[in-house]
Write a protein that binds this ligand. Structure first.
Ligand code: NAP
Length: 474
């Protein structure tokens, strides 16, 4: 591996304290990565502060052109990043290439947004003063990302932060720090000034992040990960009243009505379930199928799931790679055992394979009871848990009956009914006759305990900006 040290102020910084990154397909150590301490966090904050002064003063067009160049370079080198993600995360080539393209697109989108930080000027209705509104860079941002999308969860934060004029420190997930480190030379080549973006892998995650969130120069904390860690960070962020952007967990329902086009519903459910082998906050977690079509739907889904080839993601014929680590794989196996013990039927898969690597087969469960753990909790693996319904109001109630509110999916041929159902779903995003909602041009984010704020779209850059209003007379 080329880059395994900390990246601070445009330089590679080795440390004595290091940790291993493991390839989940063969359990072999891929790299030994530097682990940042408090002194490195301070150095990164100093570097980001110094670089931000110049960067924020540049014209939006200059910032935009650097981001555009980053998109071009990342698109050119898509296969390099895809391969690295397969090695450290395990995802199959098709998922890895999809992620690399998606990750690069955030640079293109925010290159376009950088020049569109709209303001407002208007008359105050009573006093007659002018109300002038503008957006300014919020300050240094600490970005914390998960292992399931090692590139895209980083670029979804870096690109809007840079577009807004902010300097950043990124703490990538310990399972997958290599992709973010590999992105740094590309950003340098694109023209990102040294010090503006710093990467700090660490094994002392809690204390290191907490230290940065108490530095008075930091104004934004942007986190993607589990709801539990999100709560901890919100508490920590409260001390300095930081701007929080929280992309947290999900428990996505899929609702398939009896009037849905069966091909569309199967394709959409496959995508919602199996993109990134189910290791996605947007993954279909609870699949509610109308009783009239449940048998046919289940049979077709099981046929499609059992036809997927499982193996090392570096093999181009493989559809499904290993899960990221043994704990994630074991949790998936436990969910299946729990559901079966409570009355679910295994339609395909469901058997933990022997041998090396954290593999779990694509699995379809039918007749899953409401109190099964996989209905209540995020599965984060290749298990499709099917339940049935007959009544529209009842299925909407069940779909909303969770503390999460990230994304829901609806399949119906009756557009009027489908839109009425979408509006009653308490979710930040809904896929209607589609199994994929993620798009750099759309506001990604959830309601309830799935998070605060939005990434992508027009909203994404505003997460890194403060609104200033000037009351003026002339
Ligand atoms: P996680 O355990 O919450 O970890 C995410 C990041 O937080 C990692 O970088 C981790 O570092 C760091 N972290 C852990 N404890 C911390 C602490 N006390 N203080 C500060 N940072 C801390 O989540 P994960 O297992 O990597 O990812 C899976 C979760 O992410 C799922 O719940 C999924 O739904 C969610 N997710 C949400 C979205 C979204 O957009 N809503 C997207 C993707 C994933 P270490 O690796 O060093 O522990």
């Amino acid at each position: 591996m080329d880059h395994t040290d900390l990246y601070i102020n445009g330089a590679w910084v080795p440390t004595d304290d290091r940790f291993d990154v493991v390839n989940p397909a063969n359990e072999a150590v891929l790299a030994s990565v530097a682990s940042a301490g408090i002194e490195h966090a301070d150095a990164a904050l100093d570097a980001a502060e110094a670089a931000m002064a110049d960067w924020a003063a540049r014209t939006p067009r200059e910032r935009s052109e650097v981001l555009r160049k980053a998109w071009e370079l990342m698109t050119e080198r898509r296969d390099h990043f895809a391969h690295l993600m397969t090695l450290e995360n395990g995802k199959a080539g098709v998922d890895a290439r999809g992620e690399a393209t998606y990750a690069a697109e955030f640079f293109r989108w925010f290159a376009e947004e950088a020049v569109r930080a709209d303001g407002l000027i208007t008359h105050a209705p009573v006093s007659g003063a002018r109300i002038m509104v503008q957006h300014k860079p919020a300050g240094l941002a600490v970005l914390i990302t998960p292992w399931n999308y090692p590139a895209a969860m980083g670029t979804r934060k870096i690109a809007p932060a840079l577009a807004a004029g902010c300097g950043v420190i990124i703490k990538p997930a310990s399972e997958t720090p290599l992709t973010m480190l590999a992105l740094m030379p590309l950003l340098e080549e694109a023209g990102v000034p040294k010090g503006l973006v710093n990467v700090l892998p660490t094994k002392r995650t809690g204390p290191l992040v907490d230290h940065m969130l108490h530095d008075p120069r930091v104004r934004v904390v942007s986190f993607t990960g589990s709801t539990g860690v999100g709560r901890t960070l919100l508490k920590s962020a409260a001390d300095q009243v930081l701007k929080p952007a929280m992309e947290l967990g999900g428990n996505a329902p899929v609702v398939v009505f009896e009037d849905a086009d069966m091909d569309t519903a199967i394709e959409g459910t496959m995508l919602a379930k199996m993109r990134n082998l189910g290791e996605a906050c947007t993954a279909a977690n609870r699949i509610y199928v109308h009783a009239d079509i449940a048998e046919a739907f289940t049979k077709r889904l099981a046929e499609r799931m059992s036809a997927l080839k499982v193996g090392d993601g570096t093999d181009p014929s493989v559809d499904v790679g290993p899960l990221v680590n043994a704990a994630t794989r074991d949790k998936v196996a436990d969910f299946v055992a729990d559901a079966v013990a409570k009355g679910a039927k295994v339609e395909c898969g469901g058997k933990l394979p022997e041998g090396t690597g954290y593999f779990y087969p694509p699995t379809v469960l039918s007749n899953v009871p409401e109190h099964a753990e996989c209905v209540q909790d995020e599965i984060f693996g290749p298990v499709a848990a099917i339940q049935t319904f007959t009544d529209q109001d009842d299925v909407i109630r069940r779909a909303n009956d969770t503390e999460y509110g990230l994304v829901a999916y609806v399949f119906s041929g009756d557009f009027k009914r489908a839109l009425q159902v979408c509006e009653r779903l308490d979710y930040g995003m809904v896929g209607l006759n589609r199994g994929l909602v993620s798009d750099p041009a759309a506001p990604f984010g959830g309601t309830k305990q799935s998070g605060l704020g939005r990434e992508g779209g027009h909203e994404g850059m505003l997460e890194f900006m403060e609104t200033q209003y000037i009351s003026a007379s002339w």
